[in-house]
Design a protein. Sequence first.
Length: 384
Amino acid sequence: MRVAHISDVHLGYRAYSRTNEYGVNQREWDVLVAFRAALRDAMKAEPDLILITGDLFHAVRPPNSSLIAAYRYLTDLQNQRKGAPLVMIAGNHETPRIAESGCILALLAHIPGVQVVYDQITQLEIAALNACLLCIPSRGVGELEQRILAPNPNYRWNLLLLHGLLEGVTPFALERPIDQQKIVRDECDYIALGDWNLYTPIAPNALYAGATEFTSTNIWDEAGKPKGWILYDVSTRSHEFHPLRTRPVYDLTPIDAQELTVAELNTLIEERANAVPHLDGAIVRQRVYNLLPELRSQIDGELLRELKIRALHYQLDLRAPRVSFRAGQSSGEVADTDGETRLTLADEWQLFAQQYPLPADLEREAFVALGIHYLEGEPTETAS
Ligand SMILES: [Mn+2]
């Protein structure tokens, strides 16, 4: 039995202000294009089963344009596949906080061959494939503690679908990560994982497919890494990762402006941008460290306008010379002369945590402070 595994498509994701010739946000369009390409590629591989492991939609109420396109693509696909099995579970992005609100994925369950799990942990039996699928959507993760997950002996193949972060995948998980031992078990023929945006094998039989486009809160960390889908052979427990063409994302090498004239800085900005193989239409970030605030206005505006026209999104991220973010703590410590570490870990944490989406009931200031406390300990201990 061969399985096509797609995940974290995030239909309805929008970013930047650029629209395409149809008036649709360019990034929303890109995400649709990636989904269509994934379905087409998967279709060509003629899998027995297609799995979508959550966050097909970026939001509980996605834009109509994306909803209509998803319905059309999936209907076309399932017509071509003559209603062969396609199973999807809900991710956190498309799961409303209140269960009674209903889940948009329920709409797709009307397409021939499509089965959808968006609420509790559910066992789906697919007799035609002699397979049993234990489906754990985002909302089901909370039930895991009280459950004993055992394979169903009445079926030749046992699969598990999960949308959630296993422990060890990222240090930045907000919610408590899921115990690997509970999920990653040898008796399971395939463990199809969603929620993590990069293709990541956990075990030969347990894989994160990753997202199909760059839609996470920090795309710069993902720059240069492939997006795609997985073709998995259940009988040999082997897989192929199939990359998809996405919009290019570049996080350019930071420029240290400490000893540069403005003319030199402008030249470097231009050179780094032009060194990018496909700047036109790309998403680009250029960080500049140690820039004195009074020099900001002298950066070549015409150059920036040109870069912003060529790229889909060109972000010039200017940072003043390093001083502690907390007033009164530092005496204006000068930046490192080795040019390697331009920000302390605590400063990097602040920059990260100030933008990271937090649950509404979490106070950001306390969250940031706690992180600093963990990183630095008591100030008296680190003072030299
Ligand atoms: Mn997710």
